[in-house]
Design a protein around this ligand. Structure first.
Ligand SMILES: NC(=O)c1ccc[n+]([C@@H]2O[C@H](COP(=O)([O-])OP(=O)(O)OC[C@H]3O[C@@H](n4cnc5c(N)ncnc54)[C@H](O)[C@@H]3O)[C@@H](O)[C@H]2O)c1
Length: 454
């Protein structure tokens, strides 16, 4: 009853906010928005990522942070100080226990929530938020199991409340330029993609419990920030547990859930030596954690097939020494882009059999959003993409419309985790993706990515 009521209030309010946008499009960027058209946001989880979101949100004047929840009181304290420094109203604070977020969801002065908690909390918090009628933003990855993927779809369809997966890499400048090239058919008919999360996280998964990126080889209760919870996934699961930074951008290029669909996947994992070696090198061979058996293979490779006949190779590579790269490759009937090597080849435009430097192409096809707001966005974190993903969230929430990266995307991309786990367990056996759109992918229209609004 309560959730229906707060949902009605939200829709009523959103209609007003939406009207404001339609009538005053120049105000929709948050920088100059009229003070009385604010989206009230509650933050659930203000660790490193949630605090980054808070700082970016505080740059906007079309939002108000009305509530914050975190079980670590040093984090809520820090968040309150940031808000106080801006001379803004004090938010309501929650976090007396793991389930206090439910009390935040009861507040009528919260229209939208951003969930930046450890992975195992995402789907249940998102489901509860949708049921409470709050426009829901969730950090990546959104779900850990197939059941959780369906929970999100069901909660959205039962309540009509929207969910956005806050995949910032979809807004990276090169990614949006490549998407522009895809939409203008420069690559021709799409055939093959590569992507992944290739990031040496050994010093994040293991630390000294005092500083998130400090020395040390502790995790779990003795760790701090992500080593407190993320590392256990490497102990317990042989799966690609973080697929969305890579697959998110590719999914929008090939219109997944909108005329195309992930159909099946095979996955293979290597042996696991990286985290153990790190513990021995930076702790000692006698350190208790040197006895821990890590289940997750150091390099996990999944090949996804789409109904349109493309393949996507997704790599998870976080436990070995290596420079960062998401390893993108986008290939079609006319040519290809590879992020590693910063190179492009387009038949008929590039010298035959010779790579062009990608830079000129990326500049030529710079996305309208980046052209318009790049300068403003650059300070926002992760080279600016954090600004755009939050912007899309706020603008979609203000209008109460499905966001560019919706609940069906969240489910399809997150499903890679349980499917890769099953496939690896069964010697690379193919696994079928469920159709989270219940057949409607055939007629769902691709999102119009080429606007300069959001
Ligand atoms: N998109 C990106 O580039 C990016 C970057 C970093 C992290 N992330 C994602 O953001 C999320 C958070 O990561 P992080 O680095 O901030 O981790 P973190 O450990 O620093 O922060 C998580 C916070 O959640 C709080 N928390 C845990 N359980 C809670 C509960 N039941 N109720 C309320 N608060 C609770 C913790 O106290 C902590 O402050 C993860 O999903 C991570 O994958 C995304």
């Amino acid at each position: 009853m309560h959730s229906q009521k707060s949902r009605r209030n939200f829709i009523k309010k959103s209609a007003v906010l939406g009207a404001g946008i339609t009538l005053l499009p120049q105000l929709s960027y948050g920088i100059n928005t009229s003070k009385n058209q604010k989206l009230n946001i509650g933050l659930i989880g203000v660790g490193l990522r949630g605090t980054n979101h808070l700082k970016n949100l505080l740059q906007r004047d079309d939002i108000s942070i009305t509530a914050i929840c975190d079980i670590d009181h040093t984090r809520t304290q820090l968040a309150q100080e940031l808000i106080k420094k801006k001379n803004l109203a004090k938010p309501k604070i929650f976090g007396k226990d793991d389930y206090d977020y439910k009390n935040l969801l009861e507040l009528k002065e919260v229209d939208a929530v951003i969930i930046s908690t450890p992975w195992l909390w995402h789907a249940r918090m998102a489901k509860d938020a949708m049921k409470a009628g709050k426009y829901t933003g969730v950090e990546v990855s959104v779900a850990n199991t197939m059941e959780e993927c369906w929970d999100l779809i069901n909660a959205h369809e039962e309540t009509g409340t929207h969910l956005m997966i806050l995949e910032n890499v979809n807004y990276r400048r090169d990614i949006l330029a490549i998407l522009n090239m895809v939409k203008q058919d420069v690559f021709g008919e799409l055939v093959h993609f590569r992507c992944g999360y290739q990031h040496d996280l050994r010093f994040v998964k293991l630390n000294d419990g005092k500083s998130a990126y400090g020395k040390g080889v502790e995790f779990g209760e003795k760790g701090i920030s992500e080593s407190k919870w993320r590392t256990q996934h490497s102990v317990s699961r042989n799966a690609d547990v973080y697929p969305t930074h890579g697959v998110g951008p590719i999914a929008t290029m090939c219109d997944i859930n909108r005329g195309n669909r992930f159909s099946s996947l095979t996955s293979n994992a290597t042996k696991s030596i990286g985290l153990h070696n790190y513990i021995v090198k930076h702790g000692s061979k006698d350190h208790p954690n040197a006895k821990v058996k890590f289940k997750q293979g150091d390099v996990i490779t999944s090949t996804i097939e789409t109904t349109n006949g493309e393949t996507i190779i997704v790599t998870h590579d976080c436990n070995l020494p290596r420079p960062y790269s998401l390893g993108f490759r986008v290939q079609g009937s006319n040519g290809l882009w590879e992020v590693d090597g910063n190179r492009m080849y387009i038949e008929g435009k590039s010298d035959p059999h010779k790579w062009d430097k990608a830079d000129e192409w990326l500049q030529k096809y710079d996305h309208p959003l980046w052209k318009k707001y790049g300068e403003y966005a650059t300070g926002a974190g992760h080279g600016g993409m954090d600004y755009f993903v939050l912007h899309a969230f706020v603008e979609s929430a203000k209008q109460n419309i499905a966001s560019p990266l919706d609940v069906y995307d969240a489910a399809a991309w997150s499903a890679i985790t349980p499917l890769s786990e099953l496939s690896i367990e069964n010697n690379g056996e193919p696994q079928n993706f469920p159709d989270f759109t219940r057949g409607t992918w055939i007629k769902r229209k691709p999102y119009n990515w080429m606007k300069d609004t959001f």
